[in-house]
Structure formats: structure tokens, C-alpha cells
Design a binder for this molecule. Structure first.
Ligand SMILES: [Fe+2]
Ligand SMILES: [Fe+2]
Length: 326
């Protein structure tokens, strides 16, 4: 149950000062947090009014600042619009190293997915991902980045939001390495990032449960494929490839997966790619109850015990193009 304080907090989201306009002209109000008698209060620091521009400019110039700033949730779209604009400037700058560029794009994507999963922001926030994925596609294809350089920047602690961004990047990198076109590659990135969206509609205590799941709980989790597909269809702006990645990423190549028990080529090729990346990321990240596997151990298990779950061609490509120095 939410308390009154939580309800107030839900309206505000922390921001990264780096993405504010360098001319100080913001298009939304900026707040800082104080607490009085144990309850959080958000106090306006600057508004979109021109008279406040100096304040914001000084804030940006000061750089490192311990104070956290916030905006209203309804302004997240505008904020990510600014972030995307600065990412475009960043990637077109040849002086900035590739790793710094991808790390920044990764951080923005992570912010969007965290706002969605961890803070229950509205589904509208997902629209911000589209341009960010397009920027990532440009950045990765231009640098012909391999899987190794991508895996250097991905978070190795498992949270639904970091897992989502990791799978999106791995899928995108697969598209680039196997020379799929830019649209398909962007679909792979988006679909990978959105594959577990349905988990936002499953009870959090089940999603985060450390111990063994009861049959009932497992059934509730399994529903996330269908729920994710439903969210994406209702948004009416994503391709069938993206939708099927959410709906079919738990299908197994030789059958017995869920939700439909599809077999082989009945499963969308995009979802078959997602399946490989999903399992790889789940195995190579840490959770409270398990260590992260090394890439070598993960690939060994995937190629032996789990081999029936994957499309052999895709798994083979993955090992060839993306495996760690193989
Ligand atoms: Fe899933
Ligand atoms: Fe997943």
C-alpha cells in the first residue's frame, strides 16, 4: 500500500544536471527536496521563466553538485528530449571516445527503463527510447562495435531495468554484426529493451522473490510475455517484430516454451534472437541469490544443457561474432 508521502514522491523524478540546457533556458520547473517532520517536500528551485535562467546556468557551470534535483513526472518526456539532443551532439563529436559515448547512451536508456519499471512512470515514457536506440544504432554501426565493447559497459547486477537495456544492446549488436538493415537493427534494440515490459504488471513481490516460486507464482510470472505484448500493441506505434519479441521470447526452439508452445520457425526470428540474449544476460549477471557466470561458462551451458531452447544458427552466430575473444 502506498502512503501519502510515497504518493507525493511519485510525482517527482531525479534528473541528471548534465542534460539541462547550457543556455539555462529550461522548459520545465526544477525542484530540490527537503524534509520536514519526516515528510518529503519538493521546493521549486527554478521555473521555466526567463528570470530563472541564470540560476540554472550557474548550476550547470558549477558541475559537481551534491544536491539532487527533480522534475515533475509529466515533464520526463521533455527532459529526455533534452537528453537525446545532447546525445546527438555527443556522438557527432569525433574527439569523444567511443566508450564514453556508448556509456552515456546506456545511462540515458537505463534512466528511461528505471523510470518505467522502478518508479511506475507512464508508458508514454517509453517513446523516449526510440530516438535513443536510433542514436545507439548509429554509434555502434559507425564504430563496428563488437559484443566485447558492449559488454564492457553493461551493468552486471540484475535489475529488471538494467537487464532490459542489456538485452536491447546485445540484440542490437547482433543485428549490426550479422549485417541486418538499420530498421531491423533498431527493432532488435527496441524489442530487446521492451521484451520484459509485461513484468511491470506482475506483482513486484513475485518478481523480486529470492526463493523458489510456487506453481501459482510461476504462472503469474509467465503471464509477462502476454502482458508485454498487450502493452506494446496498445501503444500502436511498434512494429510486429518488436511486439513479437515481447510475446515470444520464452518460446523454445524445440517446443515446450511459453505462452503458446510454438516450435522452430513458428517463432519470430526476432524473438529467437531475443531468447539467446535474454538467457545470456540472465546467466552473466549477479542476483542476491546467485553469482554471475563467466561468459565462457554461460556459453557452455547454453550450447549443452540448454541447446534445445535456441535456434542453432543464431546461437552459432552469437558465439562467432559476439563471444568473448573466441
Ligand atoms: Fe521474460
Ligand atoms: Fe528477460
Amino acid at each position: 500500500m502506498k502512503t501519502g508521502i510515497d504518493e507525493q514522491q511519485e510525482l517527482f523524478r531525479p534528473i541528471d544536471l548534465e542534460f539541462l540546457n547550457s543556455d539555462g533556458a529550461e522548459i520545465f520547473d526544477i525542484f530540490y527536496k527537503t524534509s520536514s517532520f519526516g515528510s518529503a517536500q519538493y521546493v521549486k528551485f527554478a521555473s521555466s521563466h526567463p528570470s530563472h535562467q541564470d540560476k540554472v546556468r550557474r548550476l550547470i557551470e558549477e558541475g559537481e553538485n551534491d544536491q539532487e534535483f527533480f522534475i515533475r513526472e509529466e515533464d520526463l518526456g521533455k527532459y529526455y528530449g533534452l537528453a537525446t539532443k545532447s546525445l546527438r551532439t555527443l556522438i557527432s563529436n569525433p574527439q569523444i571516445p567511443f566508450e564514453k559515448k556508448t556509456r552515456k547512451i546506456y545511462d540515458v536508456s537505463k534512466g528511461i527503463m528505471k523510470d518505467f519499471f522502478a518508479s511506475n512512470a507512464s508508458e508514454k515514457i517509453l517513446h523516449s527510447s526510440e530516438e535513443v536506440m536510433e542514436i545507439m544504432e548509429q554509434c555502434l554501426s559507425k564504430n563496428e562495435a563488437g559484443f566485447h565493447s558492449i559488454s564492457m559497459i553493461t551493468n552486471k547486477d540484475y535489475y529488471t531495468y538494467t537487464h532490459s537495456v542489456n538485452v536491447g544492446l546485445y540484440c542490437m549488436s547482433y543485428g549490426i554484426k550479422t549485417k541486418m538493415g538499420p530498421n531491423d537493427t533498431k527493432d532488435l534494440g527496441l524489442g530487446g529493451m521492451f521484451h520484459d515490459l509485461g513484468k511491470s504488471r506482475v506483482d513486484e513481490s513475485i518478481i523480486n522473490k529470492d526463493g523458489k516460486l510456487t506453481d501459482e507464482e510461476f504462472e503469474a510470472i509467465k503471464n509477462h510475455s502476454f502482458l508485454g505484448e498487450e502493452i506494446l500493441v496498445s501503444m500502436q506505434c511498434y512494429t510486429n517484430n518488436v511486439v513479437r519479441m515481447a510475446g515470444e521470447h520464452h518460446e523454445k526452439f524445440k517446443g515446450n516454451g511459453y505462452p503458446k508452445g510454438l516450435v522452430g520457425e513458428e517463432i519470430s526470428p526476432f524473438a529467437r534472437i531475443c531468447k539467446v540474449m535474454d538467457v545470456y544476460d540472465a546467466l552473466t549477471t549477479r542476483r542476491s541469490y546467485k553469482k554471475a557466470m563467466t561468459p565462457f561458462d554461460a556459453l557452455t551451458i547454453m550450447g549443452k544443457q540448454m541447446v534445445d531452447e535456441f535456434d542453432h544458427n543464431i546461437l552459432g552466430n552469437f558465439v562467432r561474432y559476439m563471444g568473448p575473444d573466441l
